[in-house]
Design a protein around this ligand. Structure first.
Ligand code: BGC
Length: 816
């Protein structure tokens, strides 16, 4: 038996034994992604599965609530259980390396992958990311953290261009201090929790690709003592394979060698081949995989009833009650009939799109309507569509499109080819897909047409898009945005959306420009440039919904917005006609509850007109069961906002980029803070602040004592529940170090029975008052007296203490 299989030896001995058992050819093979030399020695090979929020591509896996929903629970125990369940399913399906959790912070509120990750706050993301990793790796698999690092938006992430030589990816310019204070912290926490692998991101950081930057890749190893292995992201993350190898990128790709060659390995500096193999060996042994390999044959259905119950519990704990006037929720016996409006069946959104999507298979989804019906007791539940939600609409028919000069039917299309020759053709409609095998041969750049409405009223438009497009109607921009694909791998598609009032018989001029360059061309994954203009004419859906709301005791309006990898939202407006639908329903029924199923913040122009708003993120397959429990009061919505809902999109960073402007470089230093620490949010306040969320009872919290224990600050809390039902108080401690913006440093969920007062202790690590010190290359406690408060949201601070730090430690506390 090789010493690497001997569990009585320590990890370093075992890893070294495995490495020295491999000859030069075998080492090269491993570095090129061929793991036969490992498996032949009883070591399971890396076998990857995307599974930040459930297994992608394994039909029948549990569709858990999205990452941002998990973040909204503010609950590390739940995050650990969630990670463990994901790990158990990955094991059952025979995988060894789980690509997740995603730890990219929500900087730009439009960023398409916000729902995959854990919100805007470095502490909360780190706390929950670490717990997820602990749970996942307790199943003896490798967690691969995504995406190292400063990857916080989709536009430009992989550059631009249809050919193999895609242009450069966006370059994030960021100082050492901000990188360490903000973007690296969740990764550090998850590494300290034991994560064995990391995925290098697509973007550049300070001029170098993250996967080719020796300085960046060295940070976890040199500063955090990390011994795991790196992989690059899927496509385009590595542009110079030799540079990536030299920089310390351990493996070349998610399977296969990509551009790495044996000659590169041979030419690499002495010892370079050994370090990555040691890192891989250490991860495979250290995770427990070698001692406890996944069983084979693999299970066909990996979900279990316990996992689905966990998904439901998480969805309830993640739902954030943003507003609840006069106890509109839960519905009591006085509500005898409920109108359910919006996409409430299979057309509801359950999961995030892209590589984090999960497909639980037919028959398992609990739709919102089914869940509400099941929980309604004897109440009358009726549904009306109201809005189609965020979907691609039927193609605008040829019959309403005429040439711009009125000379006949059709759409005038300007084409270009590879040689830049331009010509025009007349086509019947706007519905175009480029042959992915010859993407550059010829492509349309501009469509112009006169559209003749057949009916008067609000029309919806959608653009299924791979590329960048802008649609002008009578000279006014109606839609603008980019998509790497019309549908990115799995999950919901994410078309551009808009709505517009039109008058029958009064034509409008359409001018649509398209540039296919942002589209990815990967035919096996169905990715390629596409453009299709869809519409929905006024069809009475609103009127039907309003009539139903008017004859019901209460209305639940489900509104949604899809989100995915490969796209950023174009604005924070709800897509299509949904804002108007909410307004109309609210006018018809004073007890209107809006269920927001969105990736994050949306503007709510109707906020003052509705009784309650519940944010459910993407709740996964138990959506309806969780919603039914909340709406009829069997369970309390337990979530708190892990990201700010700004009053205006401009109050958060990222506005210098998209949808109309594409920056080649982003300046993170100019942000002055992200999320609730952004200057715009601090100046103008938030619509709903980070940490906000109501329960079904009112709880209050006092700080009764404070002391220093083991270097940390301990705050004794007294939490009272004045209500008549059990509730949870989520205590949040914010530190103000040296007068800077307060930041979250501790959280605790405290259960409080009805009418009771309970005690709890909140522990704040001494590192709460630290700042990155460039010379010391670590965060150091900042001398001085700082403020520590315990509140219920970033903009709802409560009582606190003054904390004095000297000589690198807490020396005194002053309560009050
Ligand atoms: C995503 C990764 C994912 C990979 C493999 C990439 O496009 O950025 O998060 O793990 O695809 O699916």
């Amino acid at each position: 038996m090789g010493a690497w299989l001997d569990s009585s030896l320590d990890l370093e001995q075992r890893a070294a034994a495995l490495v020295s058992a491999l000859d030069a050819t075998e080492r090269t093979a491993v570095l090129l992604g061929d793991f036969t030399a490992l498996t032949s020695r009883g070591v399971p090979a890396p076998h990857y599965i995307d599974s930040g929020t459930g297994l992608r591509g394994e039909v029948g896996a549990t569709a858990f609530p999205a990452g941002v929903a998990l973040a909204a629970t503010f609950d590390p125990d739940l995050a650990e259980a969630y990670g463990r369940a994901v790990g158990e399913e990955a094991r059952a399906a025979g995988y060894t390396v789980v690509l997740g959790p995603t730890l990219d912070l929500a900087r730009d509120p439009r960023a398409g992958r916000i729902p995959e990750a854990l919100g805007e706050d470095p502490y909360l993301s780190g706390l929950l990311g670490a717990a997820h990793v602990r749970g996942l790796q307790s199943t003896h698999l490798v967690a691969q953290l995504k995406h190292f690092v400063a990857y916080n938006g989709e536009d430009g992430r992989t550059g631009h261009g249809l050919g193999p030589a895609r242009g450069d990816a966006v370059d994030v310019r960021v100082s050492d201090a901000i990188l360490h204070e903000v973007y690296l912290r969740p990764f550090q926490a998850a590494v300290e929790a034991g994560a064995w692998s990391m995925m290098g991101s697509y973007n550049r950081v300070n001029g170098r690709y993250a996967c080719e930057s020796a300085d960046l890749l060295a940070i976890p190893r040199e500063l955090w003592g990390w011994g795991g292995f790196y992989c690059p992201d899927f496509l385009f993350a590595v542009r110079d394979d030799a540079a990536a190898l030299a920089a310390g990128l351990d493996l070349p790709a998610l399977g296969g060698a990509a551009g790495r060659t044996a000659a590169m390995v041979a030419a690499a500096p002495e010892g370079l081949a050994e370090a990555p193999i040691t890192n891989v060996a250490r991860a495979l042994i250290g995770s427990g995989l070698v001692d406890d390999p996944p069983a084979s044959p693999q299970q066909a259905v990996v979900s279990t009833p316990a996992h689905r119950a966990l998904a439901e519990r998480t969805a309830i704990a993640a739902s954030v009650l943003l507003k609840n006037d006069a106890g509109a929720l839960p519905f009591g016996p006085e509500v005898g009939s409920v109108a359910v409006i919006g996409p409430s069946g299979d057309d509801a959104l359950f999961v995030v799109g892209g590589s984090a999507a999960v497909d639980p298979g037919a028959g398992r989804l609990v739709t919102p309507l089914a869940g509400l019906r099941a929980a309604a007791g004897g109440r009358r539940i009726e549904a009306a569509q109201g809005s189609l939600g965020d979907i691609g609409l039927p193609t605008v028919p040829a019959g309403v499109l005429g040439l711009p000069d009125g000379s006949g039917p059709g759409v005038l299309v300007e084409f270009t080819d590879e040689a830049d020759t331009a010509w025009t053709e007349v086509l019947p409609r706007v519905d175009h897909a480029i042959d992915p095998s010859a993407p550059l041969a010829r492509w349309p750049r501009r469509w112009t047409a006169r559209l003749a409405p057949r009916v008067t009223g609000r029309h919806r438009f959608s653009l299924d898009l791979g590329g960048r497009a802008a649609l002008q109607v009578d000279g006014r921009t109606l839609m603008v945005g980019f998509r790497e694909a019309a549908q990115f791998m799995h999950g919901p598609p994410c078309p551009l959306q808009a709505s517009l009032d039109l008058v029958a018989g009064t034509p409008v001029d359409l001018d649509l420009t398209w540039e296919p360059g942002p589209a990815l061309v990967v035919p096996p994954l169905g990715l390629g440039p596409v453009l299709r203009l869809g519409w929905q004419e006024p069809d009475g859906l609103w009127e039907e919904a309003v009539a139903l709301a008017g004859r019901s005791d209460a209305a639940v309006v489900l509104v949604n917005q899809a989100s995915s990898e490969g796209m950023d939202r174009d604005s924070l407006d709800l897509p299509g006609d949904q804002d108007e639908l909410v307004r109309r329903v609210a006018a018809a029924n004073p007890r209107t509850v809006v269920v927001l199923n969105t990736p994050g913040a949306v503007g709510m122009p109707w906020l003052d007109e509705v009784a309650a708003v519940l944010q459910v993120w993407y709740p996964g397959e138990r959506f309806g069961a969780a919603l039914g429990a909340i709406v009829f009061g069997r369970a309390e919505p337990g979530g708190r906002l892990p990201l700010t809902f700004p009053r205006d999109r401009a109050h958060l960073p990222g506005g210098d980029h998209g949808p109309g402007t594409v920056a080649e470089a982003l300046d993170y230093d100019r942000d002055g803070g992200i999320g609730y620490r952004a200057p715009g949010v601090r100046e103008h306040g938030a619509l709903f602040g980070f940490g906000h969320g109501l329960g079904y009872a009112t709880t209050g919290c006092r700080v009764t004592a404070a002391r220093v224990a083991g270097g940390a600050v301990e705050l004794d809390l007294e939490v009272a529940n004045a209500g008549d039902r059990d509730s949870v108080h989520v205590a949040q401690a914010f530190a103000t170090t040296s007068g800077e913006a307060p930041e979250l440093v501790a959280v605790r969920r405290i259960g409080v029975p009805a009418g009771a007062t309970v005690g709890a202790t909140l522990v704040v690590a001494a590192s709460a008052f630290s700042r990155w010190d460039g010379a010391a290359r670590r965060r150091l406690p900042v001398a001085g007296t700082h403020r520590l408060v315990v509140g219920t949201a970033a903009d709802a601070p409560g009582e606190g203490v003054a904390v004095t730090i000297a000589d690198g430690r807490v020396v005194s506390l002053r309560h009050g």
